[in-house]
Ligand binder design. Structure first.
Ligand code: BGC
Length: 437
């Protein structure tokens, strides 16, 4: 990429700039969910429990006030199936009203809501039936989607049915497989992720779950579109920015298909596709390669590789094909060094700008995450633009929040590493990230 010193790339009209959260990771006390059950099971493989999380169940107005005040025009948040339908067929009217208030709250503040119906957590009763693998899972999810229309309409335009179905199919194999099903007590050794100490590289995604998820996505989409054909429905995929080592192109394609591409192909009839990119994965002839010794990694143990965003957007657009716009629904870095967050995001946005310049139809960028939150087993990997005090839940926006908000206000993003913020100043730490990548 070339280095620019100009004012950055002007974003298209209506481009969504904001941040993302998921229900379980910020709400707290999601007691009817399967994840809560796993976290609290004796001998669980989960290192730390979610507990009160960021208490966003009560503090969402403050979260939205902050995001709007920072200059963002969009907020992606989740609604929790386990709260809306805590027992099979029993709808909590209070939960529906709660989430409806959130939708109204976002709209009143000028934040375009991007609403996720399912983000890793399911009601306990659904998992007890066998989860996605059970017969009828698509119908059960579609029934929940029908209830969700009362939350979404009128007002919401963008809905994500299922977050990262590709990770769900892997997690299914991890959690149910290899002796974990019985009591969850086994803790397979893994790299550096301090939360869920399971290695997704070690298992094959479950093909039955893959097909069930695609059926559920389509069933829910049909229900949502029947309620309002103008709803923009899609799902969000964990992009791995796979890179083939010399001679490994075929091995990579075979590895990538069940882990990513099949879910992109399934989005060809959708209204949009969500890209979620953090790092790259190099694939050799014998499979995935570890991050080489000495290469900088994040608090989740992932290689610091911000260019993954542009690569993932290009790959996604290529597989899904023209006519399905891209929304970046997650991108960010787990770091305790907020300067590094700005540096990483500068390069990531520059790679996005380059994809936009090449004519890829990208409609928004939603940073992961709005808040420091529960990273599936640990509070240590901090992805947030806004810090959250674990005792008082006090929110403190970090410099990165003001920086990204200023880009949102200006409607511009950095154009290439070193291109700097809208004032043309070099972004702090950009050089360091380039050197690291
Ligand atoms: C998930 C988030 C998670 C983030 C960082 C994504 O895979 O959707 O829930 O916190 O990545 O690990």
């Amino acid at each position: 990429m070339t280095s620019l010193t100009g004012p950055g790339l002007a974003l298209p009209e209506g481009f969504l700039m904001g941040a993302s959260t998921s229900a379980h990771q910020v709400e707290g006390n999601n007691v009817s969910s399967d994840w809560w059950a796993i976290e609290n099971r004796p001998g669980t493989f989960v290192a730390e429990r979610s507990g009160d999380a960021a208490d966003s169940f009560h503090r969402w107005p403050e979260d939205m006030d902050l995001l709007a005040g920072l200059g963002f025009n969009a907020y992606r948040f989740g609604i929790e199936w386990a709260r809306v339908e805590p027992e099979r067929g029993q709808i909590s009217r209070a939960a529906v009203a709660h989430y409806r208030a959130m939708v109204r709250g976002a709209l009143e503040r000028g934040l375009t809501p991007v609403v996720t119906l399912h983000h890793f957590t399911s009601p306990r009763w659904f998992s007890a039936l066998g989860g996605w693998a059970s017969p009828g899972s698509a119908d059960l999810f579609a029934s929940y989607a029908r209830v969700a229309t009362e939350i979404l309409l009128p007002g919401v335009r963008h809905v994500a049915t299922i977050n990262e179905p590709n990770m769900i199919a892997l997690m299914h194999s991890l959690i149910r497989g290899a002796g974990l099903a019985a009591d969850g007590a086994t803790t397979p050794a893994d790299g550096e992720h301090p939360g869920v100490t399971l290695d997704p590289g070690s298992v094959e995604p479950d093909a039955g779950v893959e097909q069930a998820l695609i059926r559920a996505h389509r069933a829910a989409t049909a229900v949502l579109k029947a309620a309002d054909p103008t709803l923009q429905v899609g799902w969000t995929v964990a992009n791995q920015a796979y890179q083939a080592e010399p001679g490994a192109a075929e091995a990579m394609a075979a590895y990538a298909r069940p882990r990513e591409d099949v879910y992109l192909e399934a989005a060809r009839e959708d209204d949009w596709i969500g890209v979620q990119a953090y790092t790259r994965h190099r694939i050799g002839t014998d499979g995935p390669l570890p991050v080489p010794e000495g290469v900088p990694t994040t608090l989740t143990g992932w290689e610091v590789y911000p260019e993954a965003l542009g690569e993932a957007v290009r790959h996604t657009a290529g597989v899904v094909g023209p006519g399905v716009p891209v929304l970046v629904t997650e991108n960010g870095i787990a770091t305790a060094d907020d300067e590094q967050r700005i540096a990483y995001t500068t390069v990531a946005l520059a790679s996005l700008a380059s994809a936009l310049r090449d004519g890829i139809d990208v409609r928004g960028y939603l940073h992961w995450s709005a808040l420091d939150n529960y990273e599936w087993g640990s509070y240590r990997p901090t992805f947030g633009l806004i810090a959250v005090d674990a005792e008082t839940f006090a929110r403190t926006p970090k410099p990165s929040a003001a920086w990204l908000g200023s880009l949102a206000r200006a409607g511009r993003i950095p154009d290439a590493p070193g291109s700097g913020d809208p004032d043309g100043r070099p972004a702090a730490g950009a050089a360091r990230v380039r050197a690291a990548g």
